[in-house]
Design a binder for this molecule. Structure first.
Ligand code: GLN
Length: 537
C-alpha cells in the first residue's frame, strides 16, 4: 500500500483539499483504488459543534460523521467511500490517549506527545489502509507547517515514512508563490522558508505544488528546485483556475503530476482517461444555457458555509448544460427590502439548512414569494421546515405558526423537536445524523426525479414536522411525498400545483457529484431554466 501525505506551507486557504482530491481523481482514472483522509490539528473532537464562521460547512457522511468540508471535495472528486474514520482531529487523538492512560494501558510510563500521541496517529494511518484495502491512501494534514498544534501530525508522518520505506511514501507540499505587483514578479522566498521549516522536522518534499496567479518561469522552477531540494520536474505549477475547481485535475495532469506520483511510488498503470471529466468542464465553461439561482441564507458572505449546496447547484447545471449564476442573498436583506425586490431576476430560489432564529422571517418571505409566483423552489433541511411554516401561516392561516426551535411558545408548533431528541443534553454528535431510508409517494414529482420509490439520504437535524398537523396540511393540498419507511417522519414536502416546489428534511447536496448530479438539483435547475425562459419570452 502506498501513501501520499499532503502538507501546506506559507499560508492557509491554498486549496490543499482540492489538490488532494484532484490527485485522487487522476489516480482513480489510472485504475487505482484510493481513499482520502484529513487530519485536523484542532482540539475539537469533530467540527460538528463549530460555527460556520469558524469552520465553514460541516460535511456529513453516510455513517453520520460530522466532518471537515474537505471530505466533501474528496467525495465529489472521487468514488472513494468515506466514513468518520477518514477525518481525525487532535481532539480524537488526545481523547484516545487519555482514555488509555486512565485505563492504565501505559503501565506506569510517562505519557508524552512523542511517542504516545504520534504512535496513535500512525496507528490510524495503518488502520485506514487495512480497513479500505486501497492501492493508495492520500492523507491531508490540515493547517500550515509551522503551526504548533500541527507538529505531532508532521512528526508522526515522518516516523511513519521511516517505517514504511521511502518507496511507499510520498510527501507532497502545497505552497504559495505570491506575485508582488510593485515588483512585477513572482517571489519564491516564502516557499524556500516554508520548506526549510518542513526540513527542520526531517521531511523533504518529493513534490512541490506551487499555487500561483501567474505561470512559473523556467528560472523560478530552477530556483525552487535548488533551494527546496526538490527535483526540477517535481516543481509543479498550480495556477488559480479561471472557471471552475473541477479544472484542477486536468491542470495537474498537464503538469505531469500523476505520472510523477506513479513513477515515484512504483505504480505501473496506464495514463488517466479524463475524457468524461473534460466533457463536464466543457459544460461548465461553455454552457448552452444560463440561469440565475438565489440562495437565501444567513452566512452568504462566507465562501464555505454552503459549500456543498453551491457545488450541487452547479452539478445540477452540468446535467442541464446550463451555467448557473448563484446570487447569495442575506435573508435579513429580504426582511429589510422585501422579497420581490431582493429576489428580482432569480429563476429559482433555494433555502439551505441552518440553525438559530436570525433571518428566519426573511427566509419565510422568500419561500412565500417563490410559492405564490410559481418560481422553482428547493428547500433543504431548515429550508423544508421554513416551507412548512410558510404554508401553515399563509395557506392554513395558522397565525404565528413556527418551529419550537425559534419560538418555544408558538400557538402552532408545526415543526417540533424529534421524540428521540427530548432527552438529549450534549451537543456533540447528538443530532439525527447520517443516511436514513426514505420512501417516496408513487407518482409524486420526487419519485419521478429519483426514478425510484426508495432512497437513502443524509440528515443532520433535531427538529421535524409535527404530525398533529399532517391532515390539515394534506387537506390544503401539500403533498408529503417522502417519509421514513414507517411513515412517521416527514422527509419531503411538495406543492403539487407548482412548477417545482420541493423541500427535503435531508441534505441531498452531500451526495451530488459533478459526474453524478443529484436528481433533486438536476430537476430544480431544469425547472428554473424552463421558468426563466417563460418569463423572458
Ligand atoms: N435547525 C434545524 C434542526 O435542527 C435544521 C437543521 C439543518 O438545517 N441542518 O432541525
Amino acid at each position: 500500500m502506498k501513501h501520499i501525505f499532503v502538507t501546506g506551507g506559507v499560508v492557509s486557504s491554498l486549496g490543499k483539499g482540492l489538490t488532494a482530491a484532484s490527485i485522487g481523481t487522476l489516480l482513480e482514472r489510472r485504475g487505482l483504488k484510493v481513499t482520502l483522509q484529513k487530519f485536523d490539528p484542532y482540539l475539537n473532537v469533530d467540527p460538528g459543534t463549530m460555527s460556520p464562521f469558524q469552520h465553514g460547512e460541516v460535511y456529513v457522511l453516510d455513517d453520520g460523521a460530522e466532518t471537515d468540508l474537505d471530505l466533501g471535495h474528496y467525495e465529489r472528486f472521487t468514488d472513494s467511500k468515506l466514513t468518520g474514520f477518514n477525518n481525525l482531529t487532535s481532539g480524537q487523538v488526545y481523547q484516545r490517549v487519555l482514555d488509555k492512560e486512565r485505563r492504565g494501558d501505559y503501565l506506569g510510563k510517562t505519557v508524552q506527545v512523542i511517542p504516545h500521541v504520534t504512535d496513535e496517529i500512525q496507528k490510524r494511518i495503518r488502520e485506514i489502509g487495512k480497513k479500505t484495502g486501497v492501492d493508495v491512501v492520500i492523507t491531508e494534514i490540515g493547517g500550515t507547517i509551522g503551526d504548533i498544534e500541527g507538529l505531532p501530525f508532521v512528526e508522526a508522518i515522518r516516523e511513519f515514512a521511516l517505517d514504511a520505506g521511502r518507496g511507499n511514501v510520498l510527501f507532497l507540499h502545497v505552497t504559495f508563490v505570491p506575485f508582488i505587483k510593485a515588483a512585477g514578479e513572482l517571489k519564491t522566498k516564502p516557499t524556500q522558508q516554508g520548506v526549510a521549516k518542513l526540513r527542520e522536522i526531517g521531511i523533504t518534499p518529493d513534490i512541490l505544488v506551487c499555487r500561483c496567479e501567474k505561470p512559473l518561469s523556467k528560472e523560478h522552477r530552477q530556483k525552487l528546485s535548488l533551494f527546496c531540494n526538490v527535483p526540477y520536474e517535481a516543481v509543479i505549477e498550480e495556477m488559480d483556475v479561471e472557471h471552475s475547481i473541477y479544472e484542477v485535475p486536468l491542470m495537474l495532469q498537464r503538469e505531469g503530476m500523476d505520472n510523477l506520483i506513479c513513477q515515484q511510488l512504483g505504480l505501473d498503470t496506464p495514463p488517466a482517461d479524463m475524457a468524461h471529466w473534460q466533457d463536464i468542464i466543457r459544460k461548465l465553461i461553455k454552457p448552452r444555457h444560463r440561469v440565475r439561482i438565489g440562495v437565501v441564507g444567513k452566512y452568504v458572505e462566507l465562501q464555505d458555509a454552503y459549500k456543498s449546496v453551491y457545488e450541487a447547484v452547479i452539478h445540477g447545471g452540468v446535467a442541464n448544460d446550463c451555467g448557473v449564476e448563484i446570487k447569495r442573498i442575506d435573508a435579513e436583506d429580504i426582511e429589510k427590502n422585501g422579497a420581490a425586490k431582493t429576489l428580482e431576476g432569480c429563476s429559482g430560489i433555494l433555502v439551505p439548512g441552518g440553525f438559530g432564529e436570525r433571518g428566519t422571517e426573511g427566509k419565510i418571505q422568500a419561500t412565500q414569494f417563490a410559492r405564490e409566483n410559481n418560481i422553482p423552489y428547493l428547500g433543504l433541511c431548515l429550508g423544508m421546515q421554513i416551507a412548512t411554516i410558510e404554508f401553515a401561516r399563509n395557506v392554513l392561516k395558522l397565525e404565528g405558526a413556527h418551529s419550537t426551535e425559534f419560538d418555544p411558545a408558538t400557538a402552532h408548533p408545526v415543526i417540533a423537536l424529534l421524540d428521540e431528541q427530548q432527552k438529549v443534553t450534549e451537543k456533540g454528535g447528538t443530532m439525527r445524523l447520517g443516511s436514513q431510508p426514505c420512501k417516496l409517494e408513487p407518482g409524486s414529482l420526487v419519485s419521478r426525479l429519483y426514478d425510484s420509490e426508495e432512497i437513502h439520504e443524509r440528515h443532520r437535524h433535531r427538529y421535524e414536522f409535527n404530525n398533529t398537523y399532517r391532515e390539515a396540511f394534506e387537506t390544503a393540498g401539500l403533498t408529503f411525498s417522502g417519509t421514513s419507511p414507517d411513515g412517521k417522519l416527514v422527509e419531503i414536502v411538495e406543492v403539487p400545483w407548482h412548477p417545482f416546489f420541493v423541500a427535503s428534511q435531508f441534505h441531498p447536496e452531500f451526495k451530488s457529484k459533478p459526474n453524478k448530479p443529484h436528481p433533486l438539483f438536476e430537476g430544480f435547475i431544469a425547472a428554473a431554466h424552463a421558468c426563466g425562459h417563460l418569463k423572458s419570452t
